[in-house]
Design a protein around this ligand. Structure first.
Ligand code: DAH
Length: 354
């Protein structure tokens, strides 16, 4: 039985304590002033490969008599390092929060330039607003249409000459799909999908294979209108369009309906508003007549109703379609339709606040 520790065991223990003491002094001298040095501290004293791990093998070689004492000293210094780390960490976190909360709210901020609405959107929104007030809802649909909805359902079969006036861009590899030439296919889509009463307007972009010039473009915008119910008459159409013209062009505006032809309406008409002949521009845009053509319209052809699954003996309806660009050019005196698609900010800026 041994009562006294062996000299070498004592030395071992003292050596261990000495190394801990050095480490403890080192901790006393550390001053962490930045998040970066805190991170260095963490790596050395707290992280997975911290310096205290080196003491593990040493602790093992210490005799049982001193082991408890040695282990406790090691734990104490580890706890101290942990405590220091936490207090610094809290300090840095609250420092950052403090800087955040004490920012100078009276300092001038960054300014964001507000954009302007595109003139086409301005006019489109006005038209939408006018029709919304009398119960029309908005129906939007695809710009890549199939042949059926763009032409055939609308009573314009393959060999119909009316197709020539609306040449467009077909999707490569499939002559079945094309960029819609008008918003009228939305009529066919809605009538196929819904039961009367139907009262919609369909604004959107349309395409045609046109040579681009000051007057025409290969892309433009239309608003379509459709009203189908029992007993809808030509008089209802006329009154609705008169209401539109008054809202858009002023209460004293005069309208006239001229007989026309569209494959999907019977009878069909074109509507003009009286613009006058006050100046040279008025002469030019009305071709000397004083009348400005603004839309096509008519009673939905019974064939179209049937194509879309609506009983034409029970229901009737009217439809109309108008181009937006021409109204924009006239309203804002824009000399060239191409200006509407070039997105030149010098042009667009002028519509600020409208
Ligand atoms: N879709 C015709 C076009 O683009 C315009 C039009 C005429 C639409 C008469 C209609 C309508 O709904 O009834 O030329």
């Amino acid at each position: 039985m041994r009562t006294f520790a062996h000299m070498s065991e004592i030395e071992n223990f003292n050596d261990f304590k000495l190394k801990l003491k050095i480490l403890s002094d080192e901790l006393d001298g550390i001053e962490v002033l930045s998040p970066e040095s805190l991170e260095q501290f963490r790596i050395k004293y707290i992280g997975a490969k911290n310096i205290f791990k080196d003491f593990g093998p040493m602790l093992k070689s210490i005799s049982n008599e001193f082991k408890k004492d040695a282990g406790q000293s090691l734990n104490q210094i580890k706890d101290r390092a942990e405590g220091l780390f936490q207090s610094w960490q809290e300090k840095f976190v609250s420092d950052t929060t403090k800087t955040f909360l004490t920012f100078d709210s009276s300092a001038p901020g960054y300014s964001f330039e507000t954009g302007s609405r595109h003139p086409i959107s301005i006019v489109l929104n006005q038209i939408i607003d006018i029709f919304k007030r009398i119960g029309f809802t908005i129906a939007e649909d695809r710009e890549i249409e199939d042949d059926w909805h763009n032409f055939t359902a609308l009573n314009t079969p393959d060999d119909h000459p009316a197709r020539d006036m609306q040449d467009t861009f077909y999707i490569k590899d499939s002559a079945q799909y094309l960029l819609r030439t008008h918003t009228s296919p939305v009529q066919a889509r809605v009538m196929t999908r819904e039961k009367p009463p139907i009262r919609i307007i369909a604004p959107g972009r349309v395409y045609r294979n046109e040579t681009v010039s000051a007057r025409s473009h290969c892309q433009f915008h239309q608003v379509e209108g459709l009203y189908v119910d029992e007993g809808v008459s030509f008089a209802d159409m006329k009154q609705t369009l008169l209401y539109y013209a008054r809202e858009q062009y002023g209460p004293d505006v005069k309208i006239r309906l001229r007989p026309s032809f569209f494959p999907f309406t019977e009878p069909s008409a074109e509507m003009d508003v009286y613009y006058g002949l006050a100046d040279e521009t008025a002469h030019r845009i009305t071709k000397g007549t004083g009348w400005l053509e603004i839309l096509g319209c008519g009673m939905v052809d019974p064939v179209v109703l049937e194509n879309c699954g609506i009983d034409s003996t029970k229901y009737s309806g009217f439809a109309f379609g108008m181009g937006i660009e021409r109204q924009v050019l006239i309203k804002y005196n824009v000399p060239d339709i191409r200006m509407l698609f070039e997105n030149d900010v010098r042009f667009l800026k002028q519509f600020k606040g409208l």
